[in-house]
Design a protein around this ligand. Structure first.
Ligand code: GRF
Length: 203
């Protein structure tokens, strides 16, 4: 299976997926990495691994739908079977989401449906949550609202700061994201009626 990863930043989740593919046996490979930021470190990670890495930078005044059509053209060019959003910090237009519906996943640093959007770690701390975590989900038009595939929980400690909590969550992201990508590449994951299925059973 041909995996295309779309990023905006550091790409530590991208790295975890590249490493999992290399460790094998893994029925997929990262064939391309796309970023909306030309200086995203994830592009360097990709090139270091011998993977095609392309920055698709928004032009000033470019409409979102136009940008997304350019991004989609790159994804199609790479012949993606699976699109993996890994720290991609732009909202996708409905057209893009529909084009890759059922074959696009995202990782979000909260226990969805809690805390869609930004600043999830600080929001969990502000609310005094005892438990926090991350979620991998299929991407639908609702922001961070698609059906959840897998979550990992972490404890929140009294003396946690945003960064200590973020680091604990990140460690779990690097564990669960490659696992979900593997399931998808094995043909075990699907989405229908806004529901994720593993081995034909609703999750
Ligand atoms: C992760 O926390 C992910 O949950 C969020 O963006 C961050 C990306 O981190 N969507 P990295 O670029 O993979 O290191």
């Amino acid at each position: 299976q041909r995996i295309v990863v779309v990023i905006s930043g550091s790409g530590s989740n991208l790295q975890a997926i590249i490493d999992a593919c290399a460790a094998g046996p893994f029925p997929g490979q990262v064939v391309g990495v796309l970023s909306n930021k030309a200086d995203a470190f994830g592009l360097t990670r990709a090139r270091n691994a011998g993977i095609e890495a392309v920055a698709v930078v928004p032009e000033s005044g470019e409409a979102r739908a136009d940008y997304d059509r350019r991004l989609a053209a790159e994804v199609e060019q790479m012949q993606a079977d699976l699109v993996v959003l890994a720290g991609y910090m732009r909202i996708l237009s409905p057209g893009f989401v529909q084009q890759f519906q059922g074959k696009m996943v995202n990782i979000h640093p909260s226990l969805l449906p809690r805390y869609p959007g930004l600043n999830t770690h600080q929001r969990a701390l502000d609310n005094g949550d005892r438990e926090h975590g991350c979620s991998v989900h299929f991407v639908t038009e609702e922001l961070d609202g698609g059906p959840v595939i897998l979550q990992a929980k972490v404890p929140v400690f009294e003396d946690d700061s945003e960064s200590t909590l973020a680091e604990r969550v990140h460690t779990q992201e690097h564990r669960i994201y490659p696992l979900v990508v593997k399931w998808y590449c094995e043909g075990r994951l699907s989405m229908s009626d806004n529901q994720a299925c593993l081995d034909g059973t609703a999750l």
